[in-house]
Each structure stands twice: as C-alpha cells, then as structure tokens.
Design a protein around this ligand. Structure first.
Ligand code: ACM
Length: 520
C-alpha cells in the first residue's frame, strides 16, 4: 500500500523516488515537448518521470543475445556527465534500464524500437540490437543537454514518462566524408561517426581516393599511399589509413550501428594512383601529384588487363577489411574517358565487388552502362541518369547536390564551401522529399539518403562541423521521419531548441537566421 501511494506521488509531481533519501521534487519534462531529432513516429507522454541515480542499473533480458555492445555503449555514454557507473544487474527489478529483444511489433523492422519510461524504470525493446541502439539515442536526447558534457554535472538526471514507438522510413541513412581532398585523422572520423550516429544515421561512406590523394593502405601496391597519399589540396602533407587503422574505424562504427562504405573512385578522379604506378596510364608514364581542385582530367587506361588485375587486388584487400555489404567504385565525372571506353570499363568492373561478396555502388553516371543486378546507383545531379538506373531495375541512393551536398555554402557570405550546385540554406536543405525528384522514381526504387561532404575547401574538424551542422540533422530526419509528419515550420522550432544540445555536444554549428534560436 505504502509503495502504491509513493508511486502515485511520483506520478503527480516527479520526485526522487528510488534513492531512499528525502524526496526532492524535480519537474519531469513532458516528452512530447523535448526537441527530438529525427522526430519519432509516435510519442505518448504520461505523468511523472524517471530519475537516474547511483544505483540505476542496466538489465539485459535473459532471452536476448547480442546486446552486450549496446549495453556497454549506454553505460559509457551516461558515465562522464552523471558519474553513475551503470552495472548490468543479474535480475530484473526497479530502477533499471532494461534492454530486450522481445518486440513483437512487425512495423519496427530491423532498426525500430519501443521506449517505455515509467517512474520505476525504463525499458527499450526492439527486434534487433540496432533498434536498441536507436532507442538509446532517443533516451540520450530526452535527458538534459548536460548529458553530453565530459565532466560530472551535479543536476538531476530526469526523463519524462511515456512511450515512444519509432522506426525509420528508409533503411539507408548516410553521410559521406571526402578524406581524399583533405586528409582527416582516425580521431576526426570517429568523432564524425559519433555525431552522425547520434542522429540515427547508419552509413558512413568514406571517399578514400581522388586526384589529390589515395588514403587507404593496399599491401599489394604500396606506392598508392607512400607516394599517392603524400599530399592533399593546397600541397599539405596528406596522409592515409593503414589497414589496421581502417579496421579500427570499422569496429568503432559497427558499435554505433554505422556501416562503413569505402569508395575508390575510378576510372576518373584517379590522378593519385596514376602518379604512383605508370602502367595505369595509357602512355605508361606516371603523372605529377596534383593539389588543385579542378575535376575531370584523369583516367585509368581502360583497355589494359593489368589495370583490371590492379582493381581486383585493391577490391580484394578492401573487401577483406570491410564487413559491410558495399564497395563504392565511383564512376563520376570521367570526362576524359571516351564513352565507349567508360561503358567497357563499367561492364568489366561490376563483377569485381561481386566476386568478393560485395554489392557495388556507383555514382549515377554508371547507369549509362548495362547494370548488374548487384549494382546500386547514387544519384547526385542528373535525374536522367537516375531514371536510367531505375529503368534497369537498380536501387537508388539519393544525394541531390542542390539539397544534400553539405559543402555547398549556406548563403553568399559563407566563407567555406562551394556554390556550383547553388546555395543551401538550412530551410532549403530540409524542404524536400526523396521520392519527388521525378515521377518515374518512387519509394520502391529508393534505398535512402546520403549527405556528402566534399572537402576541397575544408581542412579541420571545426570546419567539417560548421558546414554539416545544422543541415545534417535535417537530412537524418528526411531519412527517418515519414514525409507527412515533417514540416519546416514545426522542425525549425525543434531545431532552435536543439541548439543548446549541439552546444553541449561542442558542435561548431552555423547559426542560420532561418532558425529562431532564441525561443524557449
Ligand atoms: C560528384 O559530386 N562528382 C559525385
């Protein structure tokens, strides 16, 4: 009886019920007013809330396997700011965050989750660990912004009560980072993975080679990195990832539900390779390293068997260190490859990722060739290419440059970035849908969305963050939230309130005048 009364009190005004100390009244926020991005499918608030304390534990449902990694992730995320070390409890009880693969809700798919918050405890259930991970991201966003601080904060860690039933519209929600034009360290890539995964993005495409640099160790062809990786745009020292470093990135990403997609661009955008090995050129002469930014001047020699042997070696090594299902082989802007050579080349290389158990992704130009049933096409500029891909039955990744290229300037005063695809203010980057590019392209043809960041003008992590935020959360929402529950007028208020959270995450973001940052 006493505990029932206490529970009732907890439901009315939320109080510190589990600690056993004198209850200290703490207002629990209404979860339907917390600025969650991406916006969940269904949020149902109820009275009261749950307060974490030093005794809060994690409980992993006994019948659920494979949850150790997400459980460790949750404990690791909560520790720095709360100072609470959430242990895994042997038995179910109160004051726990309970994780369970027991959902029987078919609409949750592989990545959806149910989050239930009661004054006595929290439960996250899902069909797969990926869904639990996404539920954890929502829980983190429901906590006070200080949860992102790296030192202990003495505040009550309260989340409002209620339930959230949530799942993504699209399975492919990605970002691309160009580490070829400017090289970025393993730590920078890890921070990028942390940032994108906190918005439930699940793919990171690494653009690992271009005219200005080759960034991944290939043991059979060491000069690709020792020479081809030795510089970058502007003539700086460049760099590359050893295979061990790349594997470290892949593991880090996997623990955050992010699949790494490596790209080796070809037959154009290949000067760094052409400068490293003479046989890749038709005239058998190496080119000079290149540190400027024009595109479309380089090509592999498409009629030499040795070139295909080289590509096979590269894909074989990459496939061996890439557990995800995709290898991206570029194919864009090959302006000095004769069309018949380009088609011949595409027809030959599509079988190589397949031979090593991978699906090939190519930029939209590859749809000029006859596409293997295994090939996925990434739309970026010319909708006719996307339509041609769909006509051949290929699936699309949507990255329209005029909406999703995060290196485009926000307005004419933006110091970083380019503007060849237009200016993309934060509202424009949000106001579009993946299936409205052409009437021939419907949701059935679309895997999802990817927001590329090309780095001709970008050379530091702060610069990455400034160009990416706050547009990337909008792209994450386009991939996750149903189109009919998105509107700029509502989103801009959530984004404005989310500004404090980005500050707490130490994100150097663009304070767009389109967003009413001052609102409470
Ligand atoms: C591209 O922007 N060249 C894919």
């Amino acid at each position: 009886m006493y505990s029932k009364l206490l529970l009732a009190a907890c439901l009315l005004i939320f109080a510190s019920c589990q600690s056993g100390n004198q209850p200290e009244a703490v207002a629990a926020p209404d979860i339907s007013t917390v600025p969650l991005i991406p916006k969940p499918v269904l949020v149902t608030p109820s009275q009261g809330g749950f307060q974490f304390n030093e005794k809060t534990a994690i409980y992993i449902d006994k019948a659920s396997s494979g949850l150790e990694s997400v459980s460790g992730y949750l404990a690791q995320k909560l520790f720095p700011a709360t100072g609470y070390k959430l242990e895994v409890a042997p038995e179910q009880g109160n004051n726990q965050v309970s994780l369970a693969l027991t959902s029987n809700s078919a609409d949750l798919g592989d990545e959806g989750y149910d989050l239930e918050i009661k004054p006595t405890g929290i439960k996250i259930s899902a069909n797969k660990p990926a869904g639990i991970f996404n539920g954890i991201q929502t829980l983190l966003q429901l906590l006070p912004n200080e949860i992102w601080k790296s030192s202990k904060q003495d505040i009550p860690w309260v989340v409002g009560a209620g339930t959230i039933h949530d799942y993504p519209s699209y399975g492919y929600r990605g970002a691309m980072l160009d580490v070829a034009r400017h090289f970025f360290s393993v730590d920078d890539v890890k921070r990028y993975i942390d940032l994108i995964s906190s918005y439930k993005m699940n793919k990171l495409h690494l653009h690992l080679s271009d005219d200005q640099g080759w960034r991944i160790e290939i043991k059979a062809w060491p000069k690709l990195t020792t020479h081809g990786g030795s510089t970058q745009v502007g003539g700086g020292k460049g760099g590359f990832y050893t295979q061990d470093q790349y594997s470290d990135i892949v593991r880090y990403a996997m623990d955050r539900n992010v699949t790494i997609i490596p790209e080796i661009d070809m037959p154009g955008h290949t000067n760094a390779a052409l400068a490293s090995y003479d046989f890749l050129n038709c005239n058998n002469k190496t080119t000079e390293l290149y540190t400027k930014t024009e595109v479309g001047f380089s090509t592999f020699c498409t009629r030499k068997d040795t070139v295909y042997k080289f590509i096979d070696d590269v894909v074989k090594e990459l496939a061996a260190i890439t557990p995800g299902p995709y290898i991206h082989l570029g194919g864009d802007e090959s302006h000095v490859t004769a069309k018949k050579d380009f088609i011949y080349f595409l027809n030959k290389i599509q079988s190589i990722p397949k031979k090593y158990g991978k699906k090939m992704i190519g930029w939209e130009e590859v749809s000029q060739a006859s596409l293997d049933s295994n090939t996925i096409v990434q739309y970026w500029s010319n909708v006719e290419h996307a339509k041609a891909a769909v006509k051949q039955g290929a699936k699309l990744i949507m990255s329209p440059a005029s909406k999703a290229y995060l290196d485009m300037k926000y307005d004419s005063t933006t110091k970083l970035g380019l503007m060849w695809a237009g200016l993309i203010e934060v509202d424009s980057g949000y106001i579009w849908t993946l299936s409205s590019r052409a009437k021939e392209i419907s949701n059935d043809n679309i895997l999802g969305v990817e927001a590329p960041l090309w780095t001709e003008t970008i050379s530091t992590m702060n610069e990455i963050e400034y160009m990416v935020f706050p547009r990337l959360p909008g792209i994450a929402e386009i991939g996750w939230t149903p189109d009919n529950s998105r509107s700029w007028d509502e989103y801009k208020l959530r984004l404005a309130k989310h500004g404090a959270r980005m500050r707490a995450m130490d994100i150097d973001f663009y304070e767009s005048p389109k967003v009413p940052w001052g609102i409470k």
